[in-house]
Design a protein around this ligand. Structure first.
Ligand code: PEP
Length: 242
C-alpha cells in the first residue's frame, strides 16, 4: 500500500486535480492499495469524489477521537469517518503524539473505536533522534507496540516512522529499515493471538529516488508519504516505480 499523508495542506481544487490525475495514471494493482489522507475538513468532499468515479483510490483520515460520544468541541469520531467514506485512519502519528500529548490509553481507545467501525488503523511508531542515539530504539518501539490490544492486533497496519526522518529529507537507510521492521514483525508475532499477516509500512522522507529500494524489500509492506505525496505527478511516479 502507498499512503499519501497530506498533513495540513491542500484545497478542494488540489484534491480534485490530484485524485483525477493519480486515478488515471497509476498502474493500479489490487495488492498495492492507493490511499489518500487529506485534512479532516475535506474528507467528506474527497469521499464523495471517490464514490462517484475514482474507485482505485481509498480514503483515510489523519485524525480520530477516541470516544463515540462526548462533549468534545472540535471532536470527530470513527462513526463520522465511516460515514464520510473512510476506510483507514492514521493513529499515533508522532506530530500528534508530541503536539496533542496523546497518552497510550488514549491511543488504545482510538484503536478500539476505529476497529469497531470497521476502519483500518494505520498505527505509527518510531523513535526520536535522542532515543536513537541513546540506543533506546527497541525499547521505545516495544512500549509503543504494547499500546495495541493483542486481540485486535491483526486488524492494524503498523507504520514505522523514525521521528528524525519525518520531513527532514533524511530517510533511514535500507539496512536500518530492515533491521527495525524485522524487530517489529517479531514483536507482533509474539504478541498477536492470530496468525493473520500484519503489514508494516515505512514512512520518513520517502521520495522518488529512494522509494524503489525501500519498497522492494520483503520486510516493507508499503510506504507512508508526507511531503512527496502532495504533487500528483511525483506521487504517481512513486506508486508506479515502487
Ligand atoms: C509523514 O508525515 O508521515 C511523513 C512520513 O512525512 P515525510 O514523507 O514528509 O517525511
Amino acid at each position: 500500500m502507498i499512503i499519501a499523508n497530506w498533513k495540513m495542506n491542500g484545497s478542494k481544487e488540489l484534491i480534485k486535480e490530484w485524485i483525477d490525475f493519480v486515478s488515471h495514471n497509476i498502474e493500479f494493482n489490487q495488492a498495492k492499495e492507493c490511499i489518500l489522507c487529506p485534512p479532516t475538513c475535506y474528507l467528506d468532499y474527497t469521499g464523495t469524489l471517490i464514490k462517484q468515479s475514482y474507485n482505485n483510490v481509498k480514503l483515510g483520515s489523519q485524525h480520530c477521537d477516541s470516544a463515540l460520544s462526548a462533549p468534545l468541541t472540535g471532536g470527530i469520531n470513527s462513526q463520522m469517518l465511516e460515514d464520510a467514506g473512510c476506510e483507514f485512519v492514521i493513529i499515533g502519528h508522532s506530530e500528534q503524539r508530541i503536539h496533542l500529548k496523546e497518552s497510550n490509553q488514549i491511543l488504545s481507545d482510538k484503536l478500539k473505536s476505529s476497529i469497531e467501525m470497521n476502519l483500518n488503523p494505520i498505527f505509527c511508531v518510531g523513535e526520536s533522534l535522542q532515543q536513537k542515539e541513546a540506543n533506546q530504539t527497541n525499547d521505545i518501539l516495544a512500549q509503543q507496540l504494547d499500546t495495541l490490544p493483542s486481540n485486535l492486533l491483526h486488524e492494524c497496519i503498523i507504520a514505522y516512522e523514525p521521528v528524525w526522518a519525518i520531513g527532514t529529507g533524511k530517510n533511514a537507510d535500507i539496512s536500518y529499515i530492515e533491521e527495525i521492521h524485522t524487530f517489529i514483525k517479531e514483536k507482533l508475532k509474539n504478541k498477536s493471538d492470530s496468525t493473520n499477516y500484519i503489514s508494516v509500512v515505512y514512512g520518513g522522507s520517502v521520495n522518488l529516488v529512494n522509494c524503489k529500494e525501500i519498497y522492494s524489500s520483503d520486510k516493507v509492506d508499503g510506504l507512508l508519504i508526507g511531503g512527496a505525496s502532495l504533487d500528483s505527478d511525483t506521487f504517481t511516479k512513486i506508486y508506479n516505480i515502487s
